[in-house]
Design a protein around this ligand. Sequence first.
Ligand SMILES: [Zn+2]
Length: 260
Amino acid sequence: MRIIPLKAFHDNYIWVIFSPDGKQVSVVDPGDSRPVIKFLEDKQLNLSSILVTHYHNDHIGGVQQLKDRYHCHVYASKHDNLGFTDTALDEGDQINLFDDSYSFSIIHLPGHTMGHIGYYGHNQDGQNLIFCGDTLFRAGCGRMFEGTPEIFYRSLQKLAQLPENTLVYCTHEYTLANIAFAKSVEPHNRNLLELEGNCQKLRNQNLETLPSTIASELKTNPFLRCSEPDVIQAAQQATDKRLSDPVETFATIRRLKDNF
Ligand SMILES: [Zn+2]
């Protein structure tokens, strides 16, 4: 599956999925129609569908213009009730793109917003990938706008349990800032220091640090490491309350990140 990013706003990526013959594309979370239209016109491509993870404007701002112009099919969360939706999706649903060439299973990922969904795709050659919007970022996670720590933690655990080779396509280039926070939680995590070096090199060349993999996130992302002693200790130092489970650790480090 060929996938490339289009840059939007300051640090958003609109992911473009190509059909096997390369003539059609789908886009994920087009917060702005302009970079998509420019890309489609430059490359003489047709937009066949749009995948939406959640209703925030930097993810949907371009959807209606693109739908009006290209008459593409729009997939979005059933929970978000967005007027442009052609197929409303929820946990366990499956969609097929480009005449059934690619299939995606829908995973409900409440926490950043309550209706948030992820698109978990499977390739013919055994490669798995997920478009997870603002739920999981490289070395971080989205802000908890609507969920509770328990709800958000459960969503992150769903992602943690995907096959380790799953490619993780997030919507924002927040990686270096996330790593700076992650280092404050786990200053001795060698994987994190190595990741920082690699991502710094990519950013110096103005390249994206994505996609990540579940394997990499399990080694470096503090929000997926709430049972690790160093993460628990960092959280415990920040609160008078005795932390008794990973959800409380998650809630504490999420709050620390908000104020970092
Ligand atoms: Zn969002």
